[in-house]
Design a protein. Structure first.
Length: 309
């Protein structure tokens, strides 16, 4: 029974993907901030798959200390992890600053998955065929001006209209992180890929006034079916066709990998971002004890793109 860790599984794409992964026989470890939604999600999973094994780890993804704590707890309980799905995300329409002094959207969308992945690497890299899947977005192509490392900690206020490039930057960094992770894991049994789930109405702009009514209208018109994005998550996590494939950025629109927006297509830029992120999160990092049980050959190049490393 494969073990799959998934963030943001109590709503939207993550919840649909979690139900399907359980149906396919995965043991699920779900991170959740809201206990009520977590209970509802577990109930839905077990209604579909009564024998499902589901564990919930409470975590606030905006608090880096809490992310590190949750990651350590998961690693201790699960020395072998077959897949990590970094799905949780936030599009905020105004700036909020976390207790760590970080911009909330950057903390939840980019810093938390980076830190959680780092913390879980010992369990991932000792598991043959393990996979890390990160949900990014084609919104990354509308990221405005990227200024690193300043953007990692920039708490400048913004309006709802100004929020889109801020969100886009956080998703661009997810792509850069995923591709650099693939390069760093190329001699291990673990692969790393990211995806654009396309336009989905589930959880659409939940901070935007009138979002619920707009979502109902789009659902009635069958626009933005979230099952497509969730299906790609499940495929990247389980499909044998992606075994050993690493360093790809995929979209629901076709099966070929995309070339990401600059500077995500620049290996040197990705490496610098990694180092800058590592320095920022150093107070929350534990020394890596990852020792792969088996050394794998270099991962296969994703179809439709040049090698990322």
């Amino acid at each position: 029974m494969p073990t799959v860790v998934i963030t943001g599984a109590t709503r939207g794409l993550g919840r649909i993907a979690a139900v399907e992964l359980a149906r396919r026989g995965a043991r699920l470890v779900l991170t959740a901030r809201n206990p009520s939604r977590a209970r509802d999600t577990v109930a839905e999973i077990r209604a579909t798959t009564p024998t499902a094994r589901v564990e919930v780890i409470p975590v606030d993804l905006s608090a880096m200390g809490d992310v590190a704590r949750a990651g350590a707890a998961i690693t201790a309980a699960h020395p072998s992890i077959d897949a990590l799905v970094n799905n949780a995300g936030l599009h905020a329409f105004r700036q909020r600053v976390t207790d760590d002094g970080l911009p909330e959207m950057m903390a939840v969308n980019y810093l938390a998955p980076w830190l959680l992945t780092h913390t879980l690497l010992p369990s991932l890299t000792r598991t043959p065929g393990s996979r890390v899947i990160s949900v990014a977005s084609e919104a990354s192509r509308r990221h405005g001006t990227l200024t690193l490392p300043h953007d990692l900690t920039d708490t400048t206020p913004f309006t709802a209209r100004e929020s889109s490039p801020v969100y886009g930057r956080s998703k661009l960094l997810d792509i850069m992180f995923s591709l650099e992770l693939a390069r760093r894991l190329r001699d291990t049994p673990t692969s790393a890929n990211c995806l654009d789930p396309g336009f989905n109405v589930t959880g659409l702009g939940r901070e935007l006034r009138g979002a619920a009514a707009l979502e109902r209208t789009l659902r009635a018109l069958r626009i933005g079916d979230p099952r497509r994005g969730a299906g790609l998550i499940v495929r990247l996590a389980t499909d044998p066709a992606f075994a050993g494939v690493s360093g790809g950025y995929y979209t629901v629109r076709h099966d070929r990998a995309l070339i990401p927006a600059a500077p995500a297509d620049d290996q040197d830029a990705r490496a610098r971002l990694w180092d800058q992120t590592e320095e920022l999160l150093r107070p929350h990092l534990r020394p890596s004890t990852a020792t792969p049980a088996n050394q794998a050959p270099p991962a296969r190049t994703p179809p439709g793109r040049r090698p990322s490393a």
